[in-house]
Design a protein around this ligand. Sequence first.
Ligand code: HMG
Length: 388
Amino acid sequence: MSVGIDEISFYTSSYYFDLRTLAEVQNTDPEKYYVGIGQEKMGMAAPDEDVVTMAANAALPLIERVGPDAVSTLMFATETGIDQSKAAGVYVHRLLGLNPNCRVVEMKQACYSATAALQMACALVARDPSRKVLVIASDIARYDLDTPGEATQGCGAVAMLISANPRLVEIDPEVGNHTEDVMDFWRPNYRTTALVDGKYSTKIYLKSLKRAWENFRVASGRRFDELSYFCYHLPFTRMAQKAHQHLAKLNKASLNAEQIEDQIAPTLNYNRIIGNSYTASMYIGLCSLLENCREDLAGQRIGFFSYGSGCVAEFYSGSVVAGYRDCLHVQRHRDMLEQRESLGYEEYLKLYHYPDFRDGEEHELPHVTRGRFRLAAISHHKREYVPC
Ligand code: HMG
């Protein structure tokens, strides 16, 4: 019996901000963003969108197909927590009408926690193959204005149904990990934006890739040339290009620069126009690969490198299942991305500074989102979510 990803769907905000506009305002060459970090647009959440509404929107097509009673556990990975106690997934559980017997838990370790959730979901399914576990990763990446991190903001959510005999990707049981206590990126409880040592974070990312890969090699016995495509954590798409060149070099791969690029290029399409979505990033990259790669991926093995600052990293692999193309939501994703609205600089600033209501008064939020769920109000310190 195999275990893995049976279905995948993602969602992002109704607004985006073009990095060309940011470059103009900053008097910077737009190529620094478009080419230098490989990002064109970043998702900006509307006042009535957050990790819960994006998560419910991402998961809706999966639940519409299998029915709300099919899910035994919902694992919600995020580092944009909206509450120190209550799991954000509990709101999603209600919005999707999941069964009261379905357990819900929230997981955190920077961008890595979706992978922890996926591995734990696979273990739960292996214990009882009749179960289906819904893994959702949802985040809003925010940095201070006028810092190097600003151009790497973004937001998005991804939902994956984990089951026995999956229709998309069978996950191999072997993994390689690397954990190290470092301060490359963090967000203390009292801050709404992340603190980051940018250049250092990219170095630690590459170091962790090497260590996790070496550990994976020992655990799995697999070679670099047994993997056809690679999904990397995508804080910005250029990071994956650097990472993959690094990994190919470490393995003395007999590939030219174009072949190395081809192994990751189809994973980058969506992230380039969404920005960093932390926990969701690598899995939106997987969606991009499955939906945009012209080659038939059936039977091909993919390498995954998940990285969460702080840091925990994991390398693992999985094989694409024959017939996967029949189970994708390509058109839905393309329509959703096309329908987004572009923001001018002043509108971007207005949204960036939109009040974070903390006074316990009643605050109704304007109906802006194009999604099926929205945050309607924050009242008496309670967040009120409704279907649209
Ligand atoms: P920066 O100082 O703005 O960028 O910071 P730079 O000056 O180094 O330029 C970036 C690249 O653009 C360089 O290329 C330049 O040469 C190039 P590189 O040397 O790197 O190959 N460039 C140009 N290219 C073409 N035309 C031009 C031009 N000008 C310059 N005209 C940095 C970049 C990534 C540090 C910054 O954006 C940042 O701090 N970002 C946030 C941190 C981050 O994303 N770190 C990634 C690793 S950590 C991670 O992935 C975890 C994370 O997702 C959080 C989590 O786990 O929860 C962040």
